[in-house]
Design a protein around this ligand. Structure first.
Ligand SMILES: [Mg+2]
Length: 299
């Protein structure tokens, strides 16, 4: 089933909210807000918002103020905003585009045209995701994605077989991340993943070392030509680097701050295969978790 995108409709008039939500709810998940404070409650909440349909005249803050604040927030600045307003002057439209709106629709609107313009923006989101995927980049963190990990890992495996070099692999999982998301909201959770990705990357100094986002809150590090001792030290440095980000985590059972568990393996013999090797690092990660988390376990 294709992904159902979620659209936030912002309008202080009930009839407009109703009309727009009826128009879009067949194809999209629709959430509604009638003022600015509700907008930010939703944007900072648990649900991912993919697109915002934004009225300009609202009781507490106007649409311009809302988009300005969104553009100043790392987790919200890339969410496309379409203005939908009775303010149809060129000045208003120009101001909206200058502030970063992707489209500007005036009221009264033609329902079918609103729908098409929303679909245009959703198509652009999909194209952007496809380009990132093809380029091997994880959209959220900017590091390698799973697909690019698969390619690089296979290549490194071929190399170590040929040159009989060691290869180390570290699987990483964020401790009690679901609790974090539930308590602080998905926006804060995304920000944590970005920080962690950066912290891991900062610990890798050689160009052939790589980190990828393996899944939701899982990362994987590949260290070619690295012996067990060196790799274990590197893993411990990564663990410390994340801990010393000192991101408060009230819902963690193993620390007061966000921490990670790490499972590692080093391939030093000629036998084995990349899939089994990957599985072993995952088993070490599982062990690190069952032994209390926030630690490195190495086979
Ligand atoms: Mg209004």
């Amino acid at each position: 089933m294709p992904k159902k995108y979620r659209i936030l409709i912002v309008d202080d008039e009930r009839s407009n909210r109703k009309l727009l939500s009826e128009l879009l709810s067949e194809e999209f998940d629709v959430v509604l807000a009638k003022n600015g404070s509700q907008v930010f409650q939703l944007l900072n909440g648990e649900q991912v918002i993919d697109l915002v349909l934004l009225d300009i005249m609202l009781p507490d803050m106007d649409g311009y103020e809302i988009i300005k604040r969104m553009k100043n927030n790392d987790n919200q600045k890339d969410i496309p905003v379409i203005f939908i307003t009775v303010l149809d002057s060129a000045e208003n439209e120009e101001k909206a585009f200058q502030l970063g709106a992707v489209d500007f629709i005036t009221k009264p609107f033609h329902p079918s045209i609103v729908k098409l313009r929303v679909k245009n923006q959703i198509n652009l989101i999909e194209q952007k995701q496809m380009l990132e995927e093809m380029a091997g980049i994880d959209g959220l963190t900017g590091i390698n994605n799973r697909r690019s990990f698969d390619t690089i890992y296979q290549k490194e495996w071929q190399k170590i077989l040929r040159y009989k070099d060691p290869l180390s692999l570290i699987m990483i999982d964020v401790d009690f991340f679901k609790n974090y998301n539930d308590f602080y909201g998905h926006g804060a959770g995304d920000a944590v993943l970005k920080e962690i990705a950066k912290a891991i990357k900062n610990q890798l100094n050689r160009p052939e070392d790589m980190v990828a986002r393996y899944g939701g809150e899982e990362f994987v590090v590949v260290l070619p030509r690295t012996e067990k001792n060196g790799a274990m030290q590197k893993a411990e440095k990564i663990r410390k680097a994340v801990e010393s980000l000192a991101i408060t985590h009230e819902k963690s059972d193993c620390a007061d701050v966000v921490t990670i568990s790490l499972g590692g393996v080093t391939h030093e013999k000629e036998d084995g295969n990349p899939e089994a090797f990957l599985k072993q690092s995952d088993e070490m990660l599982y062990k690190a978790k069952s032994e209390g988390r926030n630690r490195v376990i190495w086979r």
